[in-house]
Ligand binder design. Sequence first.
Ligand code: ADP
Ligand code: MG
Length: 680
Amino acid sequence: LDSTKDEKQLNREQQILEEKVKEEEKRIKTIEQTRKSLPVYKKRTELMQMIKENQVMIIVGETGSGKTTQIPQYLYEDGYTQNGRYKIGCTQPRRVAATSVATRVSDEVGTKVGDTVGYTIRFDDKSSEKTEIKYMTDGMLLREFLTDFELSAYSVMMIDEAHERTLSTDVLLGLLKVIIKTRSDFKLLICSATMNAAKFSEFFEDAPIYNIPGRTYEVELYYTPQPEANYIHAAITTVFQIHLSQGPGDILVFLTGQEEIENMAENLAETSNKLGNKIKELLICPIYANLPSELQQRIFEPTPKNARKVVLATNIAETSLTIDGIVYVIDSGFVKENKFNPSTGMESLEIQPCSKASANQRAGRAGRVGPGKCFRLFTKTAFETEMPDNPTPEILRVNLNGVVLLLFSLGITDIWNFDYMDAPSSDNLAKSLSLLYSLGAFNENGGFTKIGRQMSEFPVDPMLSKCLLTSGEMNCCSEVLSIISMLQETSSLFYRSKEKQQQIQASREKFISKVGGDHLTYLNIWNEFVDSGYSRQWCHDNFVQFKTLNRVKNIRTQLERICVKQSLILENAQASNISRDKTILHVMKSIVSGYFWNVARLNRGGDSYKSLKKNQQVWIHPSSAMFKLKPPVKFLIYNELVLTSKEFMRNCMPISERWLSEYASHYYTDDELNEGGKKK
Ligand code: ADP
Ligand code: MG
């Protein structure tokens, strides 16, 4: 009896094995078929020949033609890595794009992420010795220049999504132009959606432009007859109109940011729950820059037969990610952009109309699988008169502190004559120099200092790295590290839920530090999480997102390594053993030492503030621990300014005027400190 049982068992196992192999073969076949069906495949031989013959090439193609996923694989298959001696690099402006494409290509190559195919994004490195195809954010490649000025690890670099003209991409283009002159064995590919190609070619001494013909179908455009007062409401209504009255096909909605996307997702889910099984199921999939990678892959999963997928995306889905199966696009017509005004020194995130080029790219997403429809939540007149033709390159509108610091640490001190594709204004460059000077990165003669070098090693804003340097001197590096790590992840710290709003609010309030504002509040949350033994249950009980705190933990570990290397802290240092009050004071002073540019003073009798240097009216953000605090504090420091309905200061900390004289006497005049804005 026993032997027949054994035999049966063996049989079953053999069967399972066979099925597994079959499945694997089927998977490989599907992958091969998909790869061969992409437009770039037909051009493979020609394209590879051109790359062989030219050092620099501009490659242009419709979104979804296979540039990002295929070209690095072709190069790999054609031996450009020389069996692991070199890597093939590919940059992406966005983290999500880098991780998601690396995951996909690993799948196609048939290895785990981090083996043959890997990625590197800030605070998350999934690459190894074995990695031969490396996807990374453009910002990470910039940092690689610090240790490898010739990019000697790479035989080919593909600068992808170059049309996005992010700050890092623009600086990379200037640096790469030097490399191609010194390394004749190095290939450079500039990839872009169908715009701006000529400009790239010109910049690289008339490098050839190669076009990958795409397939696109007709997309019908619909405008709203009247301007929409609230594009979120309009978008929700449109989703249901499509869902109830239009044929099959998934929906892609373009919004401006995470908060909007999460709110709309919640709202859609509620409404569709209420409608119950009167309607087909709606699968709601958010996608934005900081979406945790375990949730990203959902947008690519095929939609089940009886459901419709609604993807809620930022402009990340414009060209960086292709989602198959989209037939309907809903376009808010807005984009969130970082803006810096060098004359006021103010940086702000602004929601504003996107460009015509963006709107057309967005519409194009509806026409990949067949004829599609694009519902524009703006009027035709607005399109024609209010939207600029093209987006403004980031280098012309953001603060350049980080870039100027990086260029200096690469030994490029003549930042005025650096080879920019579009040169930033000299006002803006001067502003950055002056900020970095006030932080101590340069001496009076314009020479780069030790402080400057130390600051440039941290992959965070120079103002934040300055706080870390000071904290090292003041024996509170461990605490400041925690705060700075928390500051990287504040947007998704607490759960959002309409039903439990009160409980969540009550939980938040437990952590609030009146004396130390948001910064010390974050420290309280972090410390309790550590005391709980990094417990998931603790997070659950306090309505804090476990995943977010885990990311903070990871960020903290990585920043700590740099602090240890710079002897700002001892390895595995516990919280300092000086008194708690003293520590708090030192933590706050450390933050002042980096953020004295962002000081605001309470207006007489009001709830609004004025920025100290420029007298601009600003308000405390409702999410702040200091929002509606009674009595309001007189002076505060803020980490960022966000322009939505008002100019809001986010992440605020109360400060004493005395600390300003202590840390910023070189920056503020006595009158500014005492009177508010009156210059001597
Ligand atoms: P391009 O760079 O030219 O816009 P891609 O190489 O990104 O094109 O896309 C080629 C194909 O690969 C598309 O059909 C896209 O849907 C698919 N793809 C890309 N990333 C993923 C992913 N993470 N999961 C599943 N499919 C993906
Ligand atoms: Mg691409």
